[in-house]
Design a protein around this ligand. Structure first.
Ligand SMILES: Nc1ncnc2c1ncn2[C@@H]1O[C@H](COP(=O)(O)OP(=O)(O)O)[C@@H](O)[C@H]1O
Ligand SMILES: [Mg+2]
Length: 173
């Protein structure tokens, strides 16, 4: 859910490309999640307030708990969350966790979170998941190019994509 929330922040920031990297280094006992986007970014002043639960630029509700909760989850697991950003350039979020920490939530439905973003708009996603030596990676721009005009939302493409991601994730284990 934290990953999904971060991806949605990128989308709300008008990003056209989001790079999500999940790195599981079992030797170092480290999980690192990086979300890099080319959205509108944040000023120094905005950035200074992002971990304040009462800071949000959304108009639909008055609290923005996504980032404070993500940070709390990382810190609880001997990790941390950092956000760097540049106006008009984009934002990079990096969360680290002690992989084996008893309070670390499982990665959960990563294919589901990816599908929400892939089907939910115009934003391309470059996904990389590494588990020790193994890697699963795809870029929606490359998939779109191969499809030559058939939209990713086409029911059969959608089904294929879901299976492609689920298989890729499964092969990492
Ligand atoms: N990737 C991002 N790009 C630009 N601004 C961001 C990004 N992520 C978060 N923000 C800013 O930080 C605020 C707080 O984010 P968050 O804690 O997830 O709460 P919410 O999404 O509910 O507003 C957002 O309203 C937005 O202004
Ligand atoms: Mg949010």
């Amino acid at each position: 859910m934290h990953i999904l929330d971060a991806l949605q922040n990128s989308r709300e920031a008008g990003a056209t490309l989001v790079e999500l990297t999940i790195e599981e280094d079992l030797t170092a006992d480290r999980l690192t999640i990086t979300v890099h986007d080319n959205g509108r970014g944040m000023s120094e002043a905005q950035l200074a307030r992002i971990f304040d639960p009462f800071y949000t630029t959304r108009k639909t509700r008055h609290v923005g708990l996504g980032l404070p909760l993500f940070k709390a989850a990382a810190e609880q697991c001997h990790g941390d969350l950092t956000v760097t950003s540049q106006l008009e350039k984009g934002t990079t979020l990096r969360a680290t966790f002690k992989h084996s920490h008893i309070d670390r939530a499982p990665l959960g439905d990563v294919p589901g979170a990816l599908m929400v973003v892939i089907l939910g708009g115009t934003c391309d996603i470059h996904f990389t998941h590494r588990v020790d030596g193994k890697e699963f990676e795809f870029h929606t721009a490359n998939i779109k190019a191969e499809l030559g005009g058939i939209p990713l939302t086409h029911p059969r493409i959608c089904k294929w994509l879901r299976e492609f991601i689920a298989d890729g994730e499964r092969d990492l284990r």
